[in-house]
Write a protein that binds this ligand. Sequence first.
Ligand code: SF4
Length: 397
Amino acid sequence: MTLPDQKPLETPASAALLEKAERGERLNHAEITALYSLPLPDVAAVAHHLRLQRSAPDTATFLIDRNINYTNICNVGCNFCAFYRTPRQKDSYTLDYDAISAKITELEAVGGTRILMQGGVNPALGLEYYTGLLRHIKAHHPSIRIEAFSPEEVLFMEKTFGLSLDALLDTLIEAGLDGLPGAGGEILEDDVRAKAAPARIRSNDWFRILDAAQAKGLYTISTMVIGFGESFEQRASHLLKIRDQQDRALALYGNGFSGFAMWTLQTENTRLAGKAPGASAHEYLQQLAIARIALDNVPNIQASWPAQGFKVAQAALYYGASDLGSTMLEENVVSAAGNHHRHNATVRELVRIAHDAGFRPAIRNSRFQILEYPDVDIYLGTGANATLEEERAVGAG
Ligand code: SF4
């Protein structure tokens, strides 16, 4: 995407807009769109000011978790996806319960508290695979929260298993589901979605499923991916739709999105390679800062180290982000699309990113409640007793 000409801050209109944003007043669509034309340092300063007000000012949080992709077989065929396979491809897979359990055991060994478990839409799987899997995990790993299944997977289950959405969610919750990640948000404008993935879940279903999950008290998160060639107006619309849903969910259920995660499109090995512009670090940081300003009802904004790398993620802590996401241990989807940054992080690395940026590192749970302030001296090896064995003992990975 071509960046707009950057206008000087000194115009009265832009100065007034930034002052309004800095006061924490709610911005409308035109005002959010106008932020994209302002110098990034000025937008970032406002975003950081709001971040200090809306989340613990001295703290940068993160989660110890693991991604588990239980199957890569998928019949949706998104143009931007390098992860999915057809059943006939040699490297297609569906994990059995024991293989998934072994991955969770590794997570438990490093002090992890949740799994983020998603897959392709695999038409060979029946409802009993999903409910059996949830029950197996709860029986063998009772302390691990299971946040699983994107709205796309839930839509497939709803259409396939003859259950209403309400009954389906009740069934999954009864089997052990703790949360429904809001993956697949991308840009919640159907023009953009239809071009990037004609069979992809549309925005009304994405919101309908997450609204139902929020009504049942499930954990959810809001997401965004930039770089499809979407306009700034469409990005602003995406943010406003999330803000509106958050207003609704908090008012009706007292349970909305726990946070907002945003990353940049990766197209290597996909059908969008050379066709979608992707997004630079500048655009990523700009979008993050504008999200912080626009989403006045979502206090936890995540930096994305898997898509942007550790260094940009660290800088993001001054562009509105208050959280470094999670360790992941395993990432298969973004990495399949040619992302050349690391696909997992150790506790030690995330402690260093937060500490060196001037924040107190804090390990949180998926609800963004702080579980522990890791001892920086031990993790970074500056204390008298910092040995590798001790780092391992505290879960440095
Ligand atoms: S993004 Fe998800 S739904 Fe789309 S093809 Fe990949 S695995 Fe399937």
